[in-house]
Design a binder for this molecule. Structure first.
Ligand code: AMP
Length: 436
């Protein structure tokens, strides 16, 4: 579990804002659900024989409830969708979320025990068109934030009858090889042979060679959905590969399954930036109506490791240096007036020599210093532009307005920092400049 210090948070905020923007452009709205849910929710939806449920959940008992700190966001969102009867209120719901998830995994670069996911969930549309659009949402975001080369792996797990037929075909393949499988896979063989395809264990990998492909057993409706999806991905120019070995570590998926992997970053085996798929049975299994759904989650830490490192924390617009005895009171008021005009203003009340104070302001990355020395008695302050290295004296009375104008500030409310993808910014490579 990591601390994320203010210097790093700048990049997080940019990524989060870009994600929100792309999701909102496709009509998604944010949902916030509790971080703790009933353990049974994850057991049933994520699946008893998954790694997450078998060994990674942070679960505890309190006040007679069996609770779990959420390992993923889809089950909680679906629970809320059913509980608040969204299906009766609107035919299609598009939700997104952002927040921490918790899995007791073995930590590695790009794999943590508390990590952040941003995800989208689309309820109420079964067609492959929505699958293609949601995949394209992720690709658009990745291009915008400057993720290097990436590729979308897609597969279909089929639905209902297809899944059962595939399970039988897999059993027939693995049963004669049972002794060669890892302990986990031997245990899961009869309960959930699909999980073996997801195993990283070299013994399981070897045994899986030549296993039947699910794409060979899709029924007509599943095949039409699958081919429809590939056609739409082609139309959108999405860089994809059909990958029948893709299974993913959660049991709830039906039909479309996808992962977006980066080719560029040195994330090793943690190169999956995003995972998602269709889960057409979950809403019904939670006691809701028969509503199809599709969603994805992306890992923010891994994305940050794959993004160009251009965002910098913007320094304050003005640092105020009260030197004269009456400078402190005037400085307090000036700082407040500057902030009211949208200028980030900091007071340096630590005293010392002017040279030292100027050096400190420069180190903070300030654009300007306002010196309140003996000139205050004349009703003026000295303003030093730290980039241009020029200094002049201006009337104290109108100092806030003049400084705000020089910094190019709006006159009323502060503006949020420019975000990657904003039309007026040069894109991910542009230098970060918050309000000053
Ligand atoms: P999942 O919920 O397992 O489908 O994962 C979706 C995405 O979340 C992955 O592609 C990763 O980017 C990210 N992710 C999953 N587990 C972790 C973890 N333990 N640490 C960091 N990121 C993770």
């Amino acid at each position: 579990m990591n601390d994320i210090l203010p210097d790093e948070v700048v990049r997080w905020q940019r990524l989060e804002a870009a994600f929100r923007r792309h999701a909102e452009l496709q009509g998604y709205a944010e949902v916030r659900t509790p971080i703790i849910e009933q353990t049974a929710l994850f057991r049933r939806q994520v699946g008893e024989t998954t790694d997450i449920v078998e060994k990674e959940m942070y679960s505890f008992e309190r006040h007679g409830d069996d609770l779990t700190v959420r390992p993923e966001g889809t089950a909680g969102a679906a629970r809320a969708y059913v509980e608040h009867q969204l299906a009766a209120k609107e035919p299609v719901s598009r939700w997104y979320y952002l927040g921490p998830m918790f899995r007791g995994e073995r930590p590695a670069k790009g794999r943590y025990r508390q990590f952040y996911q941003a995800g989208c969930e689309l309820y109420g549309d079964a067609g492959p068109l929505s699958d293609a659009e949601i995949i394209d949402l992720v690709c658009g975001l990745f291009r915008d934030i400057g993720v290097g080369e990436f590729v979308v792996h897609v597969n279909s797990l089929g639905s209902g009858g297809t899944r059962d037929r595939y399970r039988d075909a897999l059993l027939a393949h693995f049963e004669p090889r049972k002794d060669k499988l890892s302990d986990d896979s031997q245990r899961r063989l009869f309960k959930n042979p699909l999980r073996i395809l997801d195993s990283k264990d070299p013994r399981d990998r070897e045994a899986a060679a030549g296993a039947p492909s699910i794409l060979d057993v899709l029924d007509d409706a599943d095949r039409a959905h699958w081919q429809g999806l590939l056609g739409y991905l082609d139309a959108l120019g999405v860089p994809y590969v059909a990958d029948p070995s893709l299974v993913r570590g959660l049991d709830y998926y039906t039909r479309t399954l996808f992962e977006v992997k980066t080719k560029a970053a040195d994330l090793g085996s943690q190169n999956t930036l995003c995972g998602g798929g269709r889960y057409d049975n979950m809403i019904k299994s939670l006691g809701g109506p028969d509503v199809p759904a599709i969603g994805f989650a992306l890992g923010l830490e891994r994305l940050l490791l794959s993004m160009p490192d251009t965002a910098r924390k913007a320094g304050p617009g003005a640092v105020i240096l009260p030197l004269a005895p009456e400078g402190a009171k005037k400085g307090l008021v000036l700082a407040r007036d500057l902030r009211a005009l949208g200028v980030v203003a900091e007071l340096d009340g630590r005293g010392g020599k002017l040279k030292t104070m100027l050096a400190r302001a420069e180190k903070r990355g300030a654009a300007m210093c306002v010196i309140l020395g003996e000139e205050v008695q004349r009703g003026t302050v000295a303003v030093k532009d730290l980039a241009a290295r020029v200094q002049d004296e201006i009337p104290l009375e109108s100092a806030a307005r003049i400084i705000a104008d020089r910094l190019g500030q709006p006159r009323a409310v502060p503006r949020p920092p420019a975000q990657p993808g904003d039309p007026q910014t040069p894109g991910p490579a542009g230098e970060a400049r918050g309000p000053r």
